[in-house]
Design a protein around this ligand. Structure first.
Ligand SMILES: [Zn+2]
Ligand SMILES: [Zn+2]
Length: 428
């Protein structure tokens, strides 16, 4: 089996009679990777009811045919794992994700991701997913060029990822969510065209549409470039910049409160960018947030934190980065699957899954405080169960019944202290 299934909402009486979220922890050699599916249990024609004709989302109805998808509403890929050890290639990790997708497709029908979340730019969280997406883009590019006999420019513009969603006009609807890597790196990258350094090396922003991502496809001989770290252009026979291959959302101002299960609302983001009083600036409580969600029946996979901030922070607090935290880990995206209240949101706020990338205990503590005692059914240990994450107060407050540790027995993860703590809490 290429994954472990984690039912985060296994009690229909408590959670919802209409929806279920099924989460899958992918067996990558190292690091972390998971896939989350939002499924409509009863309504096989969800799209007919919910997608208004002539709306900009009309093509979703055709893309997501209820007959083939049978109630699968949305799929989200989080992180991507890596090959372990000193390798950066992501080849084995990509194989693991592809195997898992093959198994999941057999059960749920074709899977196209609504969102691709990279919790942060450390190789153990992106190598496998980028490798998988690049391999596929390379196949599509070659196919377009050879079969359709197109010019290079036309071939580039026609490339579509097999894993992403598109509208009728060919525009990608899938969005990559990630914290910004680091400003200095970005600036350096911008200046030295074709010589990006650091973890973002395969991705560039589209110049005309700053929210789009360009992929850089590199090939030596007939093979896509295999080493994700060292890139020298003299070694590369073919470097293809694929324009606008998916959308991108980064920075806490834009990430705060985004629902990964929904198609990304570009208009809303543009308003926030203009300083339209986004959720990141508000002292909103968890229960108030649930009350404010539109179409409240549907579970949400919310971004509740990134770059050291969490919802309700008002961005007023000075971000404190612990001395032992790397910047990459510290700015990890924190996400939470929340369920709409069935009765009174004040007594009925529910959360079924928390995942915090490689966040540190101070960010997690802030989040636990914001959740104000709300139980979180399943928790994924941040930073693979490292000592500096998952404070005991967070576990006491969130009271998980399931706990996931994505550790490949590297860097001493998970820590002994966490294992002991879990053992104690389990026996209480
Ligand atoms: Zn990690
Ligand atoms: Zn990390």
């Amino acid at each position: 089996m290429s994954f472990n299934k984690i039912l985060t909402s296994d009690d229909p009486k408590y959670w919802s009679t209409d929806y279920v979220v099924e989460s899958f922890q992918i067996a990558v050699p190292g690091g972390d990777c998971s896939i989350h599916l939002l499924i409509n249990k009863n309504d096989t024609d969800f799209w007919t009811r919910n997608i208004q004709p002539n709306s900009s989302n009309q093509s979703l109805r055709q893309l997501v045919d209820a007959n083939t998808r049978e109630g699968l509403i949305s799929a989200v890929l989080v992180d991507g794992g890596y090959d372990g050890g000193a390798k950066w290639t992501g080849v084995r990790a990509a194989n693991a994700i592809r195997d898992a997708l093959e198994d999941l497709t057999a059960t749920y029908g074709e899977i196209k991701f609504t969102s691709w979340v990279v919790s942060h730019w450390d190789r153990d969280h992106y190598s496998g997913s980028i490798r998988m997406i690049l391999d596929d883009l390379h196949v599509q590019y070659t196919k377009q060029k050879n079969e359709a006999n197109l010019t290079d420019g036309d071939a580039k513009n026609r490339i579509k990822s097999s894993y992403f969603m598109y509208d009728d006009a060919g525009k990608c609807l899938t969005t990559l969510y990630s914290p910004v890597f680091d400003n200095k790196t970005w600036k350096r990258m911008k200046k030295s065209k074709w010589k990006p350094k650091g973890a973002h090396w395969l991705l560039t922003r589209n110049k005309t549409h700053s929210d789009l991502v360009d992929f850089l496809l590199l090939c030596t001989g007939k093979k896509p470039f295999q080493d994700m770290r060292r890139m020298k252009f003299k070694d590369v026979d073919l470097a293809v910049k694929l324009p606008g291959i998916c959308r991108m959302c980064e920075n806490y101002e834009n990430l705060a409160g985004v629902d990964f299960f929904s198609v990304y609302d570009e208009e809303k983001m543009q308003n926030w960018k203009k300083g339209g009083g986004g959720i990141h600036e508000r002292q909103i409580t968890f229960t108030k947030l649930l009350e404010e969600l539109p179409n409240p029946e549907k579970p949400r996979f919310l971004c509740v934190g990134a770059e050291g901030y969490v919802l309700g922070d008002n961005m007023a607090q000075v971000v404190h980065r612990p001395s032992e935290a790397t910047l990459e880990n510290f700015i990890s995206i924190c996400s939470l699957i929340v369920w709409p209240p069935t009765q009174d949101p004040k007594t009925d706020a529910r959360a079924s899954y928390f995942s915090g990338g490689d966040s540190f205990n101070n960010t997690e503590s802030k989040l636990a405080t914001w959740l104000a005692g709300t139980r979180v059914r399943v928790i994924k240990a941040s930073h693979h169960g490292a000592r500096s994450s998952t404070p005991s107060a967070m576990l006491e407050s969130m009271k998980p019944s399931k706990f996931i540790i994505s550790a490949g027995f590297e860097h001493g993860h998970p820590s002994k202290s966490l294992c002991v703590l879990l053992h104690i809490l389990n026996n209480c």
